[in-house]
Design a protein around this ligand. Structure first.
Ligand SMILES: [Fe+2]
Length: 250
């Protein structure tokens, strides 16, 4: 399995706070069957791009020699995209997931999106000439309120990432299940930060997906992630548009 979204690199963001924690998280992921992991530390633009890239490289080098046997890793970032015009789009191309043309973007998830978010996202995509992967789409209050916004993201050419924990939480399970069932999920990520609360939970999520009868769709997402990492084209076609009726997603 592939984990596209993690905060496992040590001491670079609010994720792993020591080399030991990083090693524990990598061991946990490996034990759960993760064979390839993408390191996506937060990039908020509060430090310079050069400083971030240097800190990320240093963090990686501290754990490089102790990676679980056979585990493949890539460097990436979770880039905060506020939707406001202050974003420096030129920088984004340097934050792509290693050896791909994709960059992971985090949109504002606790607040109402600015009206210009979609137009700026479109501008950003054109300028940076790479494909955004929208991080943990099920966490955005705007998407939970109105899942048709997912269609707008797809129309812009965005790929969608869902957290494995979405299947374990009551308020996101319905949306995540509807997304998986209808072809809206291109990537899974554990978004692992630590070994206690936000820990790698791939096995648990897979069990829930199996109970939902969506294992074939789960495997499709694994194949899609492999295609993304291999630089192959991805279909953005969905089976059926998701609607929300009386708090449930269909
Ligand atoms: Fe994250």
């Amino acid at each position: 399995m592939i984990d596209m979204h993690t905060h496992v690199l040590p001491c670079i963001d609010d994720g792993a706070n020591s080399v030991e924690t990083s090693q524990t998280l990598l061991r946990m992921a490996h034990d759960q069957g993760v064979q390839e992991i993408v390191f996506t530390p937060h990039y908020y633009g509060d430090v310079s791009l050069d400083e971030f890239l240097e800190r990320r490289q240093t963090a990686y080098e501290t754990i490089q020699a102790t990676l679980p046997q056979g585990m493949r890793v890539r460097l990436g970032a979770e880039v905060y995209f506020s939707g406001l015009q202050s974003t420096n789009y030129d920088e984004l191309a340097y934050l792509k997931i290693q050896n791909t043309n994709c960059v992971m973007l985090e949109l504002p998830f606790l607040t109402v999106w600015p009206k210009c978010l979609f137009s700026n996202l479109e501008k950003c995509i054109q300028e940076m000439e790479c494909t955004p992967i929208i991080a943990h789409v099920e966490r955005y209050v705007e998407v939970l309120k109105d899942p048709t916004l997912l269609n707008r993201l797809l129309e812009l050419g965005c790929l969608l990432q869902v957290n494995t924990s979405a299947f374990l939480k009551k308020h996101t399970k319905g949306l995540a299940s509807a997304m998986l069932k209808n072809g809206y999920v291109h990537c899974f990520g554990t978004d692992a930060h630590d070994a206690e609360v936000r820990k790698p939970n791939y096995t648990q999520a897979k069990s829930v997906v199996e109970e939902l009868g969506l294992l074939a769709e789960w495997e499709n997402v694994q194949a899609t992630m492999q295609r993304i990492l291999d630089g192959k084209p991805i279909s953005l076609r969905v089976k059926k548009s998701i609607k929300k009726f009386f708090g449930r997603y269909h």
